[in-house]
Ligand binder design. Structure first.
Ligand code: C2O
Ligand code: CU
Ligand code: CU
Length: 469
């Protein structure tokens, strides 16, 4: 019988064939955090951002044993920071100097589908492509960009292709607080310095390397420059759940993927940042504390051996100076109403045994992704409520392209809880057995993707196509 295209055999690439990994001690720690390089604005016209992104391999000396070849945007890992104002027109000339076809997907941004780097909208090796879009006035937030070609997204991202994108609002009430940007990525390195391919465990659970990097550095030192800083944190890993902790630093959450909350959440003691999710925090540390990722058990089988607590960075605090006064109201976020249409999305896993081999399928509404199918249809401008149900054994972070949604409630173990606050998001994590209700309104016609943002799961078929008419 023909093997389904997306079926993953658990022993397809045994870990031992991938080769030995570099020891965690191979990468230096304690280097001072460096800011993400901004992308140069080549435009002289107000309200227009023009830049060039070139995807190409780059060799870097990370460990003594040998060179590491990343695939990079403009020679940088993470890719350059694109910073624009809400309302701006953005023109990015993209050049593909890789040997694979790719696309640039503007994760979370409200861009038309034909500019959003859909899986079949390929830029072939050697080709250029102009991506052009105008961002609406209410689009301030913390976004990113990464490849989305069908079948090779995980590889292109784990080889280094991911960059960050900030949209600012001139009326932001906390704009005077100094900003710091933390792009968290994951690196799985072989002992000879090469980037490890995915093994069978990566394919099933999602890839996690032995190094978690911030702005490309292993366990860097963050020297605070002010008593309170505004941090934007990106979880740009393929599959790692960042269950953040920060010792006795005082942390207030002020934003999510799609910008500021209505009201700050003060006195946070920890925060789970799922794969692909972003948060905005106000951080004050008076002494030295550790930024860490605590153990997070991803459902019944998400993590075979629960990983140890991971140090992400050392923070050197600032004791002097006046504390900032955080406004009680950051902005208003209208909740779209009344609901005109409903949809249901069910995540499931299917384990089967065939010729003595386990295989696993990752499904949405019982099906694997097929580029030729339209799985759901929405109408332009209609308020929709989606119920997203995770019937699988592990956590899966749901993502919908091109739009920010509002999580209304979550149901877990029979208990339904309304969201304690209103926030714009494009990622919602679902634990095994959990479901969420979101509200969403589509602003562009065309084809949109929705999927689990564990990139290996997306690649194995946990993705669908929404057509907006
Ligand atoms: Cu980060 Cu389909 O997206
Ligand atoms: Cu996306
Ligand atoms: Cu998943």
């Amino acid at each position: 019988a023909e093997e389904p295209a997306h079926t993953m055999h658990m022993n397809a690439v045994p870990a031992k064939e991938v080769g030995p990994l570099a020891p965690v001690s191979a990468l230096p720690t304690g280097k001072q955090l460096i800011p993400v390089h901004p992308l140069k604005n080549e435009s002289t016209i107000a309200g227009v951002f023009k830049g060039t992104l070139t995807a190409a391999p780059i060799d870097v000396s990370l460990i003594d044993a040998g060179k590491t070849t990343f695939w990079s945007y403009n020679g940088q890992v993470p890719g350059p920071l694109i910073e624009v104002m809400a309302g701006d027109t953005v023109e990015i000339l993209f050049k593909n100097h890789l040997t694979q076809a790719t696309t640039v997907h503007w994760h979370g941004l409200p861009v038309p589908p034909d500019q959003d780097g859909n899986p079949d909208d390929l830029v072939l090796p050697g080709e250029n492509r102009l991506y052009k879009f105008t961002l609406p006035k209410d689009s301030a937030g913390t976004y990113w960009y990464h490849p989305h070609p069908h079948g090779t997204t995980p590889e292109q991202v784990y080889r280094g292709l991911a960059g960050v994108f900030i949209v600012k609002d001139p009326t932001d009430p906390i704009r005077s607080i100094p900003e710091r940007h933390l792009v968290v990525s994951d690196l799985k390195l072989l002992a000879d310095g090469k980037i490890a391919p995915n093994d069978a465990n990566d394919e099933m659970n999602g890839r996690e390397g032995q190094f978690v990097l911030i702005n490309g550095l292993h366990q860097p030192l963050i020297q605070m420059q002010a008593k309170t800083e505004r941090w934007r944190i990106w979880n740009a890993t393929s599959a790692r759940y960042l269950n953040l902790s920060w010792g006795n630093a005082s942390v207030t959450q002020v934003g999510t993927d799609g910008g500021l909350l209505e009201h700050p959440i003060v006195g946070l003691t920890g925060l789970l940042v799922s794969p692909a999710e972003r948060v905005e925090l106000l951080v004050s540390a008076e002494n030295n504390v550790e930024l860490a990722a605590e153990i997070y058990q991803r459902g019944k089988m998400g993590t075979v051996a629960p990983e140890k607590r991971l140090t992400l960075a050392q923070i050197e605090g600032v004791a002097e100076g006046a504390a900032v006064i955080i406004p009680q109201k950051l902005r208003s976020i209208p909740v779209p109403a009344p609901v005109k249409a409903k949809k249901k999305v069910v995540f499931s896993e299917l384990m089967s045994m065939e010729n003595g081999q386990h295989s696993m399928q990752f499904l949405i509404n019982g099906k694997q992704f097929d580029m030729n199918n339209i799985d759901l249809i929405s109408r332009l401008g209609e308020v929709e409520e989606w119920e997203i149900v995770n019937q699988a054994d592990m956590d899966h972070p749901f993502h919908l392209h091109g739009v920010q949604f509002i999580v209304m409630s979550k149901t877990y173990k029979g208990q339904t809880q309304a969201s304690p606050f209103v926030a714009r998001r494009d990622i919602v994590n679902l634990r095994s057995g959990e479901s969420a209700v979101i509200r969403v309104v589509q602003a562009f016609r065309g084809r949109r993707m929705f999927h689990c943002h564990i990139l290996e799961h997306e690649n194995l078929g946990m993705m669908g196509t929404l057509l907006v008419v």
